[in-house]
Every structure is written in structure tokens, then in C-alpha cells.
Design a protein around this ligand. Structure first.
Ligand code: EPZ
Length: 436
């Protein structure tokens, strides 16, 4: 079993380059289904969620060619709808974008119920509400659809309409945009998600010939067009990866420049770090974070849809709060089980009390290395930060969670002074060591 092993208490110094945004890349990769043509997509992160998405597309007829380290040609000219392999689709969350894309192109769709991080209930009622508003029929979950979601239309067409989202949902907003691109008439999504990855998808689709306006606001209008075409498009940088490295710089009392970022996307993270006494300087496409000699003070965070403080930064700022002076509180406003990371941090010496919706941190002077287990993507990243800051050695297992969303995190951190490595520890070695 692969583990990440860290010897902590070493300040990070230097520069780290951020990769393309995972949650934009997965949406755009599945969005190429609508182009029915060759698309060249750049700044794609090399992470397992992307390789899983490529496996799914290849299985249904797409041709994918790597042009350079982060650029791929995706040709979806030949594509068989309603045939995405069940076991591949259920491996990840974003595979449900197949539904919106197939519906938008073929007027019918099928995909397995998606997987994804276990951070609470992950319903898809808002996606279904959107598809139905456009005239589609969706098999009720109770039907014997063999674990698949089947979506059909009477005449193979979708018809634009208004959809008011009961919950701000990134996935549902993206799926409805995908389905509405080639619908007859105009669709208006109200109370839409405003995340940068929603904007990136809309920009990609508009470059392919779609007619989408308002992305980035809570009202998005999609005027249906007949056809889309291939395009070259570069994915935006990953704001959560950037935020993760910002927290690592602060927690290790380091001085790190994080490049290939859009500082505006990081406003909420920057504001909170500055509240905690950390120095953050913004440049055109970089941020510099330094906490050398700083007294890091506790603060209050409420996670919320963009532009609020990102829920995907909850575990990472939780580590910084664990070693900040005084008391801090995180109220989780998006997911109902995002604090699964707390128990592992307590194992490292943190002092935290939590329920499912909030956690109170009483800062300690230091954390101590320990064996911990990643329970989801962002918790796994947080344990890396904790290990970098802690005294002693931390080993992290279940690192497949981390590899879903962070390209070469071990290599990037080694380049800025971290004592971190990927170790293959045979399972029986654990048993032997525990018996000696
Ligand atoms: C996306 O998940 C991200 N994943 C998540 O990031 C992120 O935490 C989340 O957005 C919120 O920003 C991807 O983009 C692949 P939602 P998604 O639909 O789309 C409720 C990471 O770490 N809801 O915005 O699944 C839902 O229960 C991952 O990169 C409904 O009630 O999230 C939640 O409370 C983890 N009905 C809230 O909305 C629905 O039909 C937000 O969910 C859909 C969602």
C-alpha cells in the first residue's frame, strides 16, 4: 500500500506552481461530448479523477490523444450514448455530467449513480428538477434501473424553460447548462452556483458556439443553438490547490510564492489568513504567503457557496486553527459530514470539539506526528499540512483520496523544502511491525 511519509517542523520556502482546476477540468472534459468534434484542452491536471473521466469517454467511443504534459485532444465525433460503464461512472462524482451532456446532444442519457467524497448526503434532486423542467423524463430512483439514472425525452428534444434552484448546487447548475445548450428556446437558471468552475465551463461552451450569459452570477441564461463545434481551451488554475499550499506555508511558518493562480478566486481564503495574522501579497498571477515570525491568531469561518469561504478548504484551515492562538470556530454551511477529519487531527494532538455542522478549535503550541488515514480528498490534503507542521513523523494511508485531486503534491512540496516522500509499504509489513 502506498503511504505518504512526512518528517515535519520544516518551514516551506520557495515557489510552487498550481495545476489546472480539478472541478473545472472534469466538467469541461465531459462537456466535450456536446462539441461532437475534436477539442484541444490545455492545463489539464494529471490526477486520477481525470484519468477516470478519460476511461469513461474512451469506453463510449471518444478518441483521446495526449499532445503534451497537460494538453489533450478529445474527439467525441463518434460517441455511443447511454453506454457509460457502470463501475467506472460510480468511481467519481463528476461522472454525472454525462447525463447533462448526453441529454443535450442526443435527447437521452444514462449513467450510474455517482460516487465521490463521503462528506455527507449527496442527492441529485436538483439535477433531476432541471432535466424535468427542460421536458425530460427521469426514471424514479426506486425503479429497477440497475443503479443507473435513465433520462429520456418524447421527441428527442429539450425545450428551454426557467429553473429555480432550491439549493445552490455547483453540479446541478453545470448539468442544467450542459443539457440546455442545444435545447429549443431559452433556459434561465435562477439561484445558480457562481463558482469559477461554472464560469470556466460556460466560457468553454461559448467558445464551442453555445450562447450562455450570466455565468458567475446567480442568474444564468442559455439560449439553445443547433450545433456546437470543437475548440482549443485552457482550464483555469485550481483555487483549492492554491489555497491548500497557502495554508501549508502558514502552518509551517514558511514563506511561499504560489504561481499560476487567479488571486480574485482566493479572496475569501486570503481574507481569513490575513485575519489570522498571516502576510499575503497578491500579484497578477501569484500570491506570496509568509508567516515567518507571525503569531497566528484564531478566527471564525463559515463555509458557503462562492464567493464565500470554500467548503473544500474546511479541513485545511482546520489544521491552521489547531495551532493558532486562542479559540477558532468553523461552521460548515454546505455539507453535513465534513468534519470526519477531526478525529485524525486529535490523534496528532489537536484540541477540537465538533458536531456535524461546526467545530471549535482550541489552539495548541504544536502537533505531533502520527499514523493517520485519509478519509476524503481535502481531509487527506489537510493531513499533509498537519504532518508538515508537526514535530516528528506522520504517515498517511488511503492516499488514493489525495491523488484524485492533487497533481504531484509530494514532488511540489519536496521542491520547497518539505521532508516528504511516497513510500510503498507492503500490507504485511504493517502486520509484522505491529507484532515485533
Ligand atoms: C462540487 O460538488 C464539488 N465537486 C465539491 O468538491 C464541492 O464541495 C461542492 O461542489 C461545493 O462547492 C465537483 O465539482 C466534482 P453541490 P457537488 O451540488 O456539485 C446539496 C472537492 O473536494 N445538493 O454544489 O456535488 C448538497 O447536498 C469536492 O473537490 C442537493 O441538495 O456539490 C450540498 O449540501 C468535494 N441536491 C449542496 O447542495 C442536489 O441535487 C452543495 O452541493 C445537489 C446538491
Amino acid at each position: 500500500m502506498d503511504k505518504i511519509v512526512i518528517t515535519g517542523n520544516k518551514p516551506l520556502h520557495g515557489s510552487i506552481e498550481v495545476s489546472g482546476m480539478k472541478n473545472a477540468a472534469v466538467a469541461i472534459v465531459f462537456g466535450t461530448i456536446l462539441a461532437e468534434d475534436k477539442c484541444t484542452i490545455g492545463n489539464i491536471p494529471m490526477i486520477s479523477d481525470i484519468s477516470d473521466a478519460f476511461d469513461i469517454l474512451t469506453a463510449v467511443g471518444a478518441k483521446i490523444k495526449r499532445l503534451d504534459k497537460t494538453t489533450y485532444e478529445i474527439d467525441t465525433t463518434n460517441y455511443t450514448p447511454c453506454s457509460a460503464p457502470y463501475e467506472l461512472v460510480r468511481k467519481m462524482r463528476a461522472s454525472y455530467y454525462i447525463l447533462g451532456a448526453e441529454l443535450g446532444r442526443f435527447g437521452r442519457a444514462r449513467a450510474a449513480y455517482p460516487g465521490g467524497c463521503d462528506i455527507g448526503a449527496r442527492p441529485i434532486d436538483q439535477h433531476i428538477k432541471g432535466f424535468k423542467a427542460l421536458g425530460a423524463e427521469v426514471d424514479p430512483p426506486s425503479s429497477n434501473s440497475g443503479g443507473n439514472i435513465n433520462v429520456t425525452t418524447e421527441d428527442g428534444c429539450l425545450y428551454g424553460d426557467s429553473v429555480y434552484m432550491d439549493v445552490v448546487s455547483v453540479g446541478a447548475t453545470i448539468n442544467i447548462i450542459l443539457a440546455a445548450c442545444r435545447a429549443k428556446g431559452t433556459t434561465v437558471i435562477e439561484s445558480a452556483a457562481r463558482e469559477p468552475h461554472v464560469v470556466d465551463l460556460a466560457n468553454f461552451l461559448n467558445a464551442c458556439g453555445a450562447n450562455i450569459s450570466g455565468a458567475g452570477t446567480d442568474v444564468i441564461k442559455i439560449r439553445g443553438v443547433e450545433k456546437l463545434h470543437g475548440v482549443h481551451y485552457d482550464i483555469i488554475p485550481d483555487m483549492i490547490e492554491a489555497g491548500t499550499y497557502m495554508m501549508a506555508a502558514a502552518a509551517t511558518k514558511g514563506d511561499l510564492t504560489i504561481t499560476n493562480v487567479i488571486p480574485k478566486h482566493l479572496d475569501a481564503v486570503t481574507a481569513k489568513l490575513q485575519e489570522m495574522g498571516v502576510t499575503v501579497e497578491e500579484y497578477d498571477d501569484a500570491v506570496r504567503v509568509s508567516s515567518v515570525g507571525c503569531r497566528i491568531k484564531g478566527t471564525y469561518v463559515k463555509t458557503a457557496p462562492y464567493p464565500g469561504f470554500p467548503t473544500d478548504m474546511n479541513p485545511q484551515i482546520g489544521v491552521l486553527m489547531s495551532i493558532a492562538e486562542g479559540e477558532s470556530v468553523i461552521r460548515e454551511g454546505v455539507w453535513d459530514n465534513r468534519f470526519k477529519y477531526v478525529d485524525e487531527l486529535i490523534r496528532m494532538g489537536a484540541c477540537i470539539k465538533n458536531d456535524t455542522k461546526s467545530a471549535t478549535f482550541t489552539g495548541v503550541s504544536k502537533l505531533f506526528g502520527a499514523p493517520v488515514s485519509a478519509c476524503d480528498l481535502r481531509a487527506g490534503a489537510a493531513f499533509i499540512i498537519a504532518g508538515l507542521a508537526a514535530e516528528g513523523v506522520t504517515t498517511i494511508d488511503n492516499i488514493q483520496h489525495i491523488q484524485r485531486g492533487y497533481e504531484d503534491i509530494v514532488g511540489k512540496l519536496r521542491n520547497v523544502g518539505a521532508c516528504i516522500e511516497l513510500q510503498n509499504v507492503p500490507d504485511d509489513a504493517n502486520v509484522l511491525s505491529s507484532k515485533i
